[in-house]
Design a binder for this molecule. Structure first.
Ligand SMILES: Nc1ncnc2c1ncn2[C@@H]1O[C@H](COP(=O)(O)OP(=O)(O)O)[C@@H](O)[C@H]1O
Ligand SMILES: [Mg+2]
Length: 345
């Protein structure tokens, strides 16, 4: 019997639909995962095996094959644990296979069967919603998924809770989107004494969407002024807020159950590597400039940044997007930020 569970992979903040197919067939007992898994996905075998043991289920002593289709897309991350486990449970007849097809699932399993939080729940929820499916996500991220507006979100804290839900033993309550924080706590320009012309320059830059370079001796209030810039910008619209939250979700930086309501302010240290700044790395993540999307990127001690890092800002500043080239794909993230830089004379 072959079970099919819907899940997702990420390309930038775009979601690619992935199907976890699990087949249990006769033969020598083996457990293989195919479909271009990376190391985290390969290790998922051990977590799934142990999580099933923890709830008193042993893997059948048969040939178990998991295929993550389409097979030519690189699968990265630990969020495939849950769909693989659900596929196994459906193939073993523990969960109803037809009902599972109505859901998109993602989550990381602990050895004790708990479901741990993963990056990208918000974009996955939006995609599941668009495909008219429900979402199964980690318990701590139910609030995040609820923001996508889908009616059917299941946020179990463990595999056992999910099995009990489908067996009708104890039904999961749908998670609520966390209430937006009362009032925004931006810093205020009034804290700055004097510096009238600098304040005016900051106001003009904020009003016109200009980038800004401040030159002044240490302790003259440059960092203070920069940190007050997001508060001068207009509030994030609902669409912008969702867009910014998607980036933070993919980066795994969204606060629990929340959504980003404030204009971001990012101030990477000048020793930050180029991938940390513009995105990339072994497992591609959005960099500081994408986390500053729709907000302010503050580069203190501008001349101390490496030449390569500064050069890499050129294209995003012009186009509002950053393209990270990889061996087999180009991934792009939004990066429309206002640059504020400071340096000593
Ligand atoms: N114009 C100012 N008004 C109020 N406090 C100031 C002012 N300038 C400097 N300060 C104080 O000095 C500290 C250092 O300022 P900072 O913004 O870090 O300076 P810079 O970045 O130019 O070195 C601030 O935390 C603040 O307490
Ligand atoms: Mg400073």
């Amino acid at each position: 019997m072959v079970a099919h569970i819907n899940t997702v992979a990420f390309a930038g903040i775009d979601v690619l639909p992935i199907e976890a197919q699990v087949a249990i067939s006769g033969g020598l007992p083996t457990f293989t995962i195919v479909g271009l898994p990376d190391k985290a996905v390969g290790e998922s075998k051990e977590r799934v095996r142990s999580a099933l043991n923890a709830i008193g289920l042993a893997l059948p002593p048969k040939r178990i094959t998991v295929n993550l289709a389409p097979a030519d897309v690189q699968k990265e991350g630990s969020h495939f644990d849950l769909p693989i486990a659900l596929g196994l449970l459906a193939a073993m007849g523990v969960l109803p296979a037809e009902e599972m097809a109505q859901y998109t699932a993602l989550g990381e399993l602990g050895l004790d069967g708990s479901i741990a939080s993963v990056a990208g729940v918000l974009p996955a929820a939006v995609a599941a919603n668009a495909a008219d499916r429900g979402l199964i996500c980690p318990g701590s991220q139910g609030g995040e998924a609820a923001w996508a507006g889908g009616a059917d979100v299941l946020a179990p804290r463990s595999l056992l809770e999910l099995i009990n839900h489908f067996k009708g033993v104890s039904v999961l309550t749908p998670p609520q989107a966390a209430a937006p924080g009362a009032g925004t706590a931006y810093l205020d320009l009034k804290d700055i004494k004097g510096q009238e012309s600098a304040k005016r320059a900051v106001e003009i830059a904020a009003a016109g969407g200009h980038n800004l370079l401040m030159i002044g001796p240490p302790g003259s209030g440059k960092s203070m002024l920069a940190a007050r810039m997001p508060g001068l910008l207009p509030p994030l619209s609902a669409a912008e807020s969702l867009e910014v939250s998607m980036i933070h979700s993919v980066a795994g930086q969204l606060p629990e159950g929340g959504i980003v309501r404030q204009r971001p302010f990012r101030d990477p240290h000048h020793s930050a590597s180029t991938p940390a700044l513009v995105g990339g790395g072994l497992r591609v993540k959005p960099g500081e400039i994408s986390l500053a999307h729709r907000g302010v990127l503050f580069l203190d001690e501008l001349p101390e940044f490496s030449r390569q890092a500064l050069e890499s800002l050129r294209q995003p500043l012009e186009t509002g997007r950053v393209v990270v080239a990889r061996a087999n794909a180009h991934i792009s993230y939004p990066a429309r930020f206002q640059l504020v830089a400071a340096m000593n004379p």
